[in-house]
Ligand binder design. Structure first.
Ligand SMILES: [Zn+2]
Length: 323
């Protein structure tokens, strides 16, 4: 790791999603100096992803001298010590690819790799809703459901790098719904944007008056219908909140965090799902715990992963302490 760090040091932070590739230059105070977003290269070639990252880095060549590391977050299980993606349904070409070696050679900076939900937890603890906390859980409600655990100020990755897979904990084993992970009844099947669309489609026969019976469904459309009082949309968000509440109560009893931060696009439905979520938590978690654990909306928005990536890189390069 480089020794000559200064307050002008920057991290080239990358949020490599299945749909979008976002890169940013972040300084040690969490300020984003430059940022860009593009589609993630499609196809099955890891090389095209490497090429896109190198080209993004070259656009900012005037800052090259200050960059101390590249820090990349991906949706999937990661061995961060070896910087290898172990499993990633949305980025299959990167699995077992030597991303670190390929990028270090081309960029000339140390390369770090971390799971995106873990990085989001770090970002929220650094500059978001969990500022000042040291026992933090983040739950990402997006296309799927991800999770990041911070215990005593440090990321808890588990013995094999896959801790925090909250979306794949079982909340309804008798639902008959199969998850892509192989299990039945995972939280992700009920508390994700994908689940909002599926549950709406399933509920249409029961609610023939719903405004959602025509046109293409999306989570945003279901939310907008819910705000206007559509009964089908409201029942979907109640169900979403019920299963999320079951999942969060399990987390509270297991880990007793200071705060659970909810991130991801589906958090925008908060007003519609939160009452049922809180009701389930109140019924299921230990009362003394439930009264003290805060459940909060994320504050870093789309940037939580990028900021967390930067923070992890700065702490590993020794510029700032992490815990
Ligand atoms: Zn699953």
């Amino acid at each position: 790791m480089p020794k000559n760090l200064s307050s002008e040091s920057l991290v080239f932070a990358v949020d490599l999603g299945g749909t979008h590739l976002r890169v940013a230059l972040v300084d040690a105070t969490g300020r984003i100096l430059q940022q860009l977003k593009q589609d993630t290269p499609k196809g099955d070639s890891a090389e095209s992803i490497v090429a896109a990252l190198v080209s993004a880095a070259q656009k900012w060549s005037s800052n090259q001298g200050s960059i101390v590391a590249a820090s990349i977050v991906v949706p999937g299980a990661v061995d961060s010590e070896k910087a290898v993606v172990l499993q990633s349904p949305n980025l299959p070409s990167l699995v077992n690819f030597r991303l670190k070696a390929a990028l270090e050679q081309r960029l000339g900076w140390p390369v770090l790799l971390e799971n995106d939900a873990n990085a989001a937890a770090v970002g929220e603890m650094w500059l978001g809703a969990a500022r000042g906390c040291h026992d933090v859980i983040s739950v990402t409600l997006g296309t799927g459901v991800g999770g990041g655990l911070i215990a005593d100020g440090k990321l808890w990755c588990g013995a094999h790098g896959s801790a925090g897979e909250i979306g794949h904990t079982t909340v309804d084993p008798f639902s008959g719904l199969k998850c892509k992970c192989g299990n039945t009844g995972c939280l992700e099947l009920f508390a994700s944007a994908t689940a909002i669309v599926r549950m709406t489609r399933e509920g249409l026969p029961e609610f023939p008056e719903s405004v959602l019976k025509t046109g293409e469904l999306s989570a945003v459309k279901v939310y907008e219908a819910g705000i206007k009082g559509d009964e089908l949309a409201l029942s979907v968000f109640r169900r979403f909140g019920m299963y999320l509440g079951i999942g969060l109560a399990n987390l509270m009893n297991l880990l007793d965090p200071q705060i659970i931060v909810l991130t991801g696009g589906a958090v925008n439905g908060w007003n519609l799902f939160a009452p049922e979520m809180y009701r389930q938590v109140g019924e299921r978690a230990f009362r003394a715990t439930a009264q003290q654990v805060k459940i909060a909306r994320a504050e870093c928005g789309d940037n939580a992963g990028l900021l967390g990536a930067a923070r992890l890189a700065f702490s590993l390069t020794g510029l700032t302490g992490f815990s």
